[in-house]
Design a protein around this ligand. Sequence first.
Ligand code: IVH
Length: 682
Amino acid sequence: MATPTVRDRARAVQLRQQLHRANYAYYVLDEPILPDAVYDQLYRELTGLEQQFPQLLTLDSPTQRVGATPAARFTSVRHNIALHSLENAFNTEELQRWAERWQKLVSEQAEASYVCELKIDGSALALTYEQGVLIRAATRGDGVTGEDITQNVRTLHSVPLRLQTDEPPDILEVRGEAFMPLAEFNRLNLEREAEGENLFANPRNAAAGTLRQLNPQVVSQRRLQFFAYSAHFPAEAQLSHFTPTIPHSQWVVLERLEALGFLVNPHRQRCDSLAAVQVYFERWETERKNLPYLTDGVVVKLNDLALQSALGFTQKFPRWAIALKYPADEAPTVVKAITVNVGRTGAITPMAIMKPVRLAGTTVQRATLHNRDRIQELDIRVGDTVVVRKAGEIIPEVVRVLPELRPVGTEIYQLPERCPECGQPAIQPPDEAVMRCVNNSCPAILRGSLIHWASRDALDIRGLGEKVSSLLLETGLVHSVADLYRLEPNTLASLERLGPKSAQNLLSALADSKQQPWSRVLYGLGIRYVGSVNARILTTEFTSVEALAEANVSVLEAVFGIGVEIAQSVHEWFRIPANQSLIEQLQQVGLQFASAESNQSFAPAKPLAGKIFVLTGTLPALSRNDAKSLIEAQGGRITGSVSKKTHYVVVGDDPGSKLAKAEKLGITLLNEAQLQELLAAN
Ligand code: IVH
């Protein structure tokens, strides 16, 4: 390995500092100090140095934000200090009662000083800094155990990789909320719609889903942000190193976090009475609508940290804080039509199609009407003005009809007696509120099964969303999930509404999906009550489809975590001849119906399955063909050109324009040694 000179070392340190400063100014202070081109130039220089002298690479280097290789799964981590959630208050009386409760618990009349913070609607993160360097980022999980998502969190520019202090504490844990700004949420959903992918229901789900992406590249492309709101010192002894003055109040903690380089929400406020808290709450009820991110309430915390620790926690919540929530967003709009939606299980759900209305930060035009009983209760009619509500749920609902505004001549709405998609009579099972279509070849059920099969936690087939599924069914090319794997490239490419490029991508995504593990295949089959967690439990216990199909109800029920409903549903599903034939066909086309290793049910059969590589330039030791076969042996694929779908670009000497394109798209670059490392790691 080449040895860097003293100058190289000093230059690397300087570049890191300059890039850190520029990053902080841009992402935290929102006051850029370097033109993009200069930033890029410095960044490239640092990457060059680090590639030439890998020993110069540090964990906190700005180049390490996007460099990580995808994980096969996340490891769980136990939190040093549990992450509690907050008790909710929905009105002034509940807030008042909370204040009376904590006051009663302290002996002297404590001075009521609160810090009000906006409650950001995202995902809680716990960040551990050792000697000032970010070494771990974990999700909240159940509060005791979370998931290690360090590589993903590194890509968030508002999370410092190194604390801005010369005297960092040995260990510091910073907590806060990662969230997706509204503009990014809208951009992402538009992009997903164009690619035929499922849309995220709201920014919170989008943030949580993004943080749990196995590929940090994907995370870095979705611009998540992070607001820090608390600091914890797992070891009391470290406190003295922190700063000369130990923070004694939440207010100072927030200031300190800001000084350490974190983004802290600027709309915090100290309040010396509950009345002042109330004013803050009311002010933000309207003003929050102008913020570029979602807030669902205000977190009220006692400012005095000594008082906080004296009060401590109940089983679930801190006694020293409460979340004062805003009511779910409601808005009036007009019903343009009432339709019914037939889901993959045949459930027929009536939906109101409305004049588009802004609600909880997103535009909505469909709301669920649940079932026949609810329709009767509401007496909703086309032309009615209704109030719709969204409280972070996936689909908004109609809360009430405003009869005073009903136009003349409206008609009572009757749910159709037949499935609107296939015309077969709809059935109302005696123990259920919903109506169902029970025709297995109903196009709506088939479409739903295709979409479910392709969904992220199932076979994860990019490009097979609602539009493409409908197209394949309408053109008669596909009658079952198995038909997907018999699609001919030429036939598919000739479909006018698809186009040759998407056809090619779809075919390769389908080919990749054959590497997905048995647990995902089982989930993808869409057996009632078998969600992705149950699918994993079942495939760990039954390592082949034959074993699962043979199991009787009592054997199934004996599996820890599997209840009688699931057991019955699975058993019945395998007794249906059409399902047996589907399994046979899927086995023939090459899907996985057995575990490679029973405890690895979540990992793809081949470690690089689904990963797309591009090679450019001459590698020092490996020939192009060797590199290609090594990658392909682990399930990776080589393509000729760089696009945003590319996962890695392997760069040799004299690289072509592919390198510049990869850099522009932020794609992970590997030199030969790094490629070898990646191959060896698997
Ligand atoms: S304090 C023990 N402050 O709201 C104190 N939480 O149930 C716990 N949240 O998942 C958290 N903004 O992630 C606090 N300014 C803020 C917050 C906040 C959002 C989230 C938090 C937690 C949930 C509370």
